[in-house]
Design a protein around this ligand. Sequence first.
Ligand code: ADP
Ligand code: MG
Length: 626
Amino acid sequence: MTLPAEPSSRIRVLPIHVANQIAAGEVVERPASIVKELMENSVDAGAIRIDVTVTAGGRKLVSVADDGCGMNRDDALMAIERQATSKIRSTEDIEHIATMGFRGEALASIAAVARFLLRTRPTASDVGSELEVIGGTLQDVRDCGCPVGTTIEVRDLFFNLPARRKFLRTYQTEQAQIRNTFIVQALAHHNLALSLRADGHELHRLPPSANFIDRLRDLYGAEMLAHLRPVEGRLGEVQVGGFVSLPSWTRADRAEQYIFINHRPATAPILYHALREAYPTLEGDRKPIVFLFIDLPPEQVDVNVHPTKREVRFRRPAEVRDAVISAVAKALGRSAPAPAPTPSELPEAPSADRFSPPSAAQTPAPGTIPAATVPRLDPLRHLPFPPARPDPLAPSVPLPQLPPDPGAAQPADAAAIAPPPPATDVIHAATGAPWVWCRLVGRLGDRYALLEADSGYVVLDPPAAHARILYEHLLQQDRATPIASQRLLLPQTVELTAGDALRVRNQLGIFKKMGFGIDALDADAFMVDALPAVLGEVSCRPLLIDIARALEEAGPRRGRERWREEAIARAAALGAISGRSRLSDAELEGLIRDLTACEMPYTCPRGRPTMIFTSYRELARRFGQA
Ligand code: ADP
Ligand code: MG
């Protein structure tokens, strides 16, 4: 096809270097984008070590050196052309893309907006090539001596685009972005040796590690691991792993929520939603710290939504959401909110079961002092409305098996600092408890208790600990038996606004299944003569409104599950001892014993800490001895 000759045409083909500069705007936002693109290329090239060097927040220099497969001269020349990629050969490849980047424009874009030097040597060759590109124009190609692999140096970013250069932020901001980019790659590829130098200082030198937890320890130190729980779960084709922070360890923003989909850093709004569901309500809308790895067949993910932001779409979002909710909730010792069944799962058992904690029928761990030797604090004593009372001689709270502990709560060398367990008064913990043994030392003020443990000391908040014990106890009981209903002494009549009444009326069947005795009197009034036993005698009106709203928002199954937990948490808070209670030593010891047997001993059902642990290592550090 030929276009009519039109001398005054306003349409012009852009010179290639201008096109590259425009495209560069998409790929190269700032120095950190270069770090990201180059590191990903090195990973794709099969590198096992990658060294990143920057100066002046990456404005002066970003250099990435790898020991990957390298390129021969022709490949190197190709690589700096737009749309040059060795990673896609057909449209099917796009579906199965396993490499990090596949747009074939990163190198060309970077070379268009900086002084660019590429040095590379493939394994098969004993001489390397060096290419120099300045502002998108190839200056020189020559042989050079260099090790196998590729080194790319990018100098004077945006030297030819003063307007863009002006938009770069302060040194600190750019430097922080670079560091964050580096950390994301370090988390995504724990098996690689990675280093980061900035302005002559080595910020990170990470040895290759056999597993992810070693990488976490190298990046953040061992102390931090005590705040994390391992995540492990599978739903259909979706595998979820990683670590999430305890509800007591949060921050105001999402800066430390690292999510990897098929080992690519990525985000999706639905994942944040899932995290909110999986956690108890966090005060002030704070965000947990998460390192989540979600793996699913590549064709289930659409990764090409945004060139740099990495926001992905899922073909089956409900399945991914439910997998994340269940796995994270399980890690936190919460019962997973029941996922809505997807059509493909209907013939099987309800998917929630695949994630539920192990059954209650488990024997106490060896080394635990039998419950009978120390008087126990009866977890039900303070409940105003005891549900079906268990046999007082049976252990009140069954010992659940915890998911494998990261092993970090007790650093390997802690034994060197920790004294041997004293001969008397020792409380040995069940597997997975925060300590191996501990001993009640005494009281602090009129509320707290002080414990000595094998690897540090613990300040315990007995009311919060008691709420946790009750909560798990009630949850277990509630799970085992159908929801019990308790008649009210006096039936209550509840009048609601038209909107709330409609909501309640629409959910009447579910209310009944939950243990409510409820009937509609007229359009806006209801008679309530029984409540779920776990609640005790409470005022019905706010309850009905809350539940009806929750059901409407979350859908019947999920809403019910959420609400059930909420009700139990509320009951536990009501039933727990108050800050003013004076417990005897024996009662306190019973409480500690019960707490260490909890699935999730670190926080109360509302997410507040039950204890503050300080390791001997931390003490040594603070005393300047470490
Ligand atoms: P893409 O990564 O999307 O393919 P790039 O512009 O980032 O596009 O890279 C272009 C090509 O250059 C890659 O497909 C790859 O073949 C080659 N390449 C880039 N970086 C390296 C490297 N560090 N080692 C070996 N080959 C590389
Ligand atoms: Mg690339």
